[in-house]
Ligand binder design. Structure first.
Ligand code: UD1
Length: 337
């Protein structure tokens, strides 16, 4: 198949583009490079032995987007492009709604015009909000608690309405838990701009000496060691989940929702221990107050993805940390080095 991938030069996008190329698909990447670099795709091409086509297109530019569909006949779309910093979304909600929801509306209108109705959408476990009910199952009501999360929830609603109104659409809504790790070559990985918001990239930058210490947000949660528990999933397992979902929706109409997680939670201290082992030295940390809006425990019930797609995550927390560390160590300044 020929797949159009929005946001394909970003962290999860680049790993998924590589998996698509390795599976024999042709790929056209659309990205505005707002939070990524073309270097990732250059390296993906080297790893795959053939390139993905790249078009510098912003989803808010509907004319350029339409032109991309006119000049490329595609069978399906995987839609990653979007802004994703929770704190920034609270400060600039309009920017987030315009970009994420507005950009997706443009994409859907172009898809309709060009008769492409197979879509895999990059959603997030953030749509479950502060639900204390674990494991999180797909049928739980959605209740995102910040503007970023609400853009994901609103896009899920829009896609559900479109799928209900027109049976020609095949849509997968993939709710990611906490993607971490990197390709085992150490050539591609996560390269956040500015101060990382998420745990693993922050830990990795401390381990490589770019930052002093990790602040552990809260050690008084009702968990065995008092620190927050999350469902970390290796980005290669996540990429494989996209291929499985794509195969499924290509031959099954309707709107489908799947959690992509391991089903197993790890605490912040467990992550620090595994990362220290990977790096071969202790990663320094200090306890700090809880971060507002954080849940104590979040992990997936991934059984629907296993039942429907035959997909499950295989890589361990240690493999995630080993691979994340290899990428960070060999690219201390990310792609800009
Ligand atoms: C965060 C976002 C979520 C988003 C997800 C993936 C918030 C409130 N939630 O989820 O919307 O979908 O990232 O991008 O921002 N931690 C520390 N020190 C740090 C960073 C994190 O102790 O410097 C802790 C957190 O308190 C949490 C765990 O590490 O217990 C994981 O944090 P993070 O990587 O930010 O992911 P989430 O909070 O699950």
């Amino acid at each position: 198949m020929r797949i159009l991938v929005t946001g394909g030069s970003g962290y999860i996008g680049s790993h998924t583009v590589l998996a698509l190329l390795e599976a024999g698909h042709d790929v056209v990447v659309l990205d505005n490079l707002a939070n990524s670099s073309k270097e990732s795709l250059k390296r993906v091409g080297e790893l795959a032995g053939r390139p993905a086509e790249f078009l510098a297109v912003d989803l808010l530019d509907e004319a350029a987007l339409d032109n991309a569909f006119s000049t490329n006949e595609v069978d399906a779309v995987i839609h990653f492009a979007g802004l994703k910093a929770v704190g920034e979304s609270v400060e600039k909600p309009l920017y987030y709604y315009h970009n994420n929801v507005g950009g997706t509306l443009n994409l859907l209108r172009c898809m309709e015009r060009h008769n492409v109705r197979t879509l895999v959408f990059s959603s997030s476990a953030t749509v479950y909000g502060a639900s204390e009910e674990v494991p999180l199952v797909e049928k739980l009501p959605l209740d995102a608690v910040n503007p970023y999360g609400r853009t994901k929830e609103q896009i899920e609603d829009i896609l559900s309405d479109i799928g209900a109104a027109d049976s020609r659409w095949n849509i997968a809504l993939l709710r990611y838990f906490n993607p971490v790790g990197a390709h085992e070559s150490g050539r591609i990985g996560e390269d956040p701009t500015g101060v990382p918001n998420n745990l693993l990239p922050f830990v990795a930058q401390v381990a490589v000496g770019r930052r002093d210490k990790v602040m552990v947000f809260g050690n008084d949660y009702p968990t065995p060691d008092g620190t927050g528990i999350r469902d970390y999933i290796h980005v290669l397992d996540l990429a494989a989940g996209h291929l499985a979902a794509l195969d499924y929706v290509y031959s099954n109409k309707g709107v489908h929702r799947w959690n992509l997680g391991t089903g197993k939670g790890s605490s912040v201290l467990e992550v620090l221990a595994a990362f220290s082992k990977a790096a071969g030295h202790e990663v320094p940390y200090e306890f700090a107050p809880r971060r507002p809006g954080d849940a104590a425990i979040s992990y997936a019930d991934p059984s629907a993805a296993l039942a429907d797609l035959g997909w499950s995550a295989h890589k361990t927390l240690q493999q995630m940390c080993d691979d994340h560390w290899r990428w960070q160590k060999e690219n201390p300044q990310g792609y800009s080095a």
